[in-house]
Design a protein around this ligand. Structure first.
Ligand code: SAM
Length: 282
């Protein structure tokens, strides 16, 4: 059986420019508003399709170099296309942020938005990297998500996925076991609490200030959420079902989200924190 359009979208993480308007775009604007006044060198970690770098280049003629580190080659290719008009003001590197190699940059600002939960449990390495790559006076702008965990340790997107699996016939109580059997670590386990994160960050960096907001996702229909899920989470969760049921899985995620929207007036809601950090002792 050939893969459906949404399965291909998930594999290539396509459609993110559109999907990210539902949640991640707010983090980008939040962070961009807090860059130093005339930055010369900016590094964005988990730079995706290059939207933050593009906005920073347009906003700050002072930027000599905007650097993106990203693991997905599909996303890097889309970023290269988007950033082509900025020529040699841009450098993109394929990198795994759970074990980032040193690079010859000292940045006025390092940014990382909507990425950290993917680096669990190895976040310390990227925090050490950031400390070592900030220029004197430079700062790290980081956004982190903190969805509430339920008794099963599920949180945020895990809960929508659980509803989808129940729609496909799973026993609700058995869902945490389905995650474990497929080796899918729930987002509830990947997202540390603010206190845990503060302790971990504190080994490398000092929190200068922070802001918090509620990220609320609402959709117009089931299909919109189906595509948001595929573009944001790719095939991370679809591994919970066999290859022959993946098309049904994405459809059930959209339907589960739409049901939540109708019952609550939103699909998901969670606190997001923007941290501004500087190297300890700076
Ligand atoms: C939700 S997207 C956020 C993209 C962008 N920062 C934004 O705010 O729109 C998460 C990004 O982190 C990247 N990513 C996840 N794990 C990574 C890793 N270990 N190393 C590098 N990039 C990673 C993904 O490929 C994806 O582009």
């Amino acid at each position: 059986m050939s893969a459906s359009a949404v399965e291909i979208q998930a594999r290539t993480l396509a459609g993110y420019a559109d999907a990210s308007r539902l949640r991640q775009v707010h983090d980008r604007d939040w962070v961009l508003d807090r860059l130093p006044p005339r930055p010369e060198l900016l590094v964005d970690l988990g730079s995706g399709i290059g939207q933050l770098l593009e906005a920073a280049l347009l906003r700050h003629p002072s930027l000599r170099l905007a650097v993106g580190l990203e693991r997905s080659e599909h996303r890097l290719a889309e970023a290269a296309e988007r950033l082509r008009p900025h020529g040699d003001r841009v450098a993109l590197h394929q990198a795994d942020l759970t074990d980032p190699a040193p690079l010859p940059y000292r940045a006025d600002a390092v940014t990382m938005t909507s990425v950290l939960h993917w680096l669990y449990p190895d976040e310390a390495r990227v925090f050490g990297w950031v400390r070592d790559h900030l220029a004197p006076g430079g700062g790290f702008l980081l956004t982190t998500y903190h969805p509430a965990r339920d008794a099963d340790g599920l949180a945020g997107e895990d809960e929508i996925v659980r509803d989808a699996l129940v729609r496909l016939g799973a026993d609700r109580a058995a869902v945490p076991g389905v995650f474990a059997a497929a080796g899918v670590l729930p987002i509830g386990a990947r997202t540390r609490t603010v206190d845990e994160l503060a302790a971990l960050l504190g080994e490398f960096l000092t929190t200068e200030s922070f802001l918090e907001r509620q990220a609320e996702v609402t959709v117009a229909d089931a299909a919109q959420y189906e595509h948001f899920h595929a573009a944001t989470f790719g095939d991370y969760y679809s591994r919970l079902v066999g290859p022959e049921r993946r098309g049904d899985f994405f459809r059930a995620v959209g339907e589960a989200a739409w049901q939540r929207q109708q019952e609550r007036g939103w699909v998901s809601r969670m606190p997001v924190r923007l941290w501004k950090l500087v190297p300890s002792g700076a």
